[in-house]
Design a protein around this ligand. Sequence first.
Ligand code: BTN
Length: 276
Amino acid sequence: MTGKMTLTFQYIEETDSTNTQLKMAAERNIPEGTVLSAGRQTAGRGRSGHTWESPMGASVYTSLLLYPTQIPDDRLALLTPLAALAVCDAIDNLTGLSAQIKWVNDVLLSGKKVCGILTERIVTDEGRVAVIIGIGINVHQKEFPPEIAGMATSVDMELARREKMPDATGGTDGECRTTPRPIHRKALTEAVWQRFISYYEAFIREKNLAYVQSAYNDRLVNKDRRCRVLDPGGAYEGTALGIDDAGRLLVERTDNGAVAAVDAGEVSVRGIYGYV
Ligand code: BTN
């Protein structure tokens, strides 16, 4: 591929799942760079077979179709951390908030999940490899059900929280300093995908994550935190150091000081102190 990929944005009020729709679109050879967003999803899907609640109006539900011929199959999983970085950049740029990443690809605000990413690879009936990157971002929710309230947040909730914080000079009694600028789902969606395409095109050249490693590690909420690695060969504890250029989490083991490179596809890592 040469030059910047053209993105084509489509919006529908309701669908089953924007990922599912783009999988079907890939069978019809719909062009790479097609973005499908929906007002609500009736069968939104999360990772590990979970459902992704997708009510009308509150969130961004958006997916991008790629035919990544220049990326080896075993590197396709790295598109997800790139999408996480793109979401962080877009949120920060549009709101002034500071998004973080929980390895490998959950995006957090104030330590709570604001965005999930589901990347799927298919081989079409014609034998063409397609990748669909699906992103769900909580934008306008004002609250969450008690069972997830400790783990989930929205952009609006974080903007409201920031406005209530006393300012740095210490004395507003929680009054608003400025009126928060409302965030628009369409603008956020476009900012995310434009940013993602820049990362994607660089990735095609670079073939690994070295060029974003420090940007990613700066946002990594796990960094320097204790974690428990659920390795099939035996669980162990350690301190997360950051990712390497293959997106693996480097963990310094507490028992022997060795640094293990943990692959997201094989092993799960849990924070020892709560959600992160
Ligand atoms: C996760 O489990 O954290 C990933 C959630 C991904 C949800 C998004 S919403 C848009 C796209 N369509 C889907 O059905 N899922 C993804």
